[in-house]
Design a protein around this ligand. Structure first.
Ligand code: TYC
Length: 104
């Protein structure tokens, strides 16, 4: 095998490596506001993120104090679906609660 073939093999290896990198994870981030009732936020966290009341209340309070907080980390498809569900649920209940997606 010649020098150039060996060189080509190493390039091929690098390409394969980059293709098997683990998929990106996406954070669903909840934003604070001055109007959404705390109980509603706790309900959202239980309903859409499967949290028990204690964990949901802890995240709600963290968001209330810090301005925003992470509800969970998911694949892009699941994170996008949860953001849509939460924002739609908030809209139909006439609360300004917002959540958004951030790359982890
Ligand atoms: N800040 C709201 C209040 O005082 C409660 C709240 C918490 C709203 C978290 C949004 O993501 C939120 N009623």
């Amino acid at each position: 095998m010649s020098q150039s073939h060996e060189y080509d093999d190493s390039i091929l290896l690098e390409t394969v490596k980059s293709k098997v990198e683990s998929p990106k994870r996406y954070q669903v981030v909840l934003l604070n506001d001055d109007y959404t009732p705390m109980d509603f936020v706790v309900e959202v966290l239980q309903r859409f993120f499967g949290l028990n009341e204690e964990k949901a209340a802890a995240i709600m309070l963290a968001v209330h104090h810090d301005g925003k907080g992470i509800c969970g980390v998911f694949s892009r498809e699941i994170a996008e679906m949860k953001v849509q569900q939460v924002n739609e649920f908030s809209r139909v209940n006439n609360h300004p609660l917002m959540c958004q997606l951030e790359v982890a």
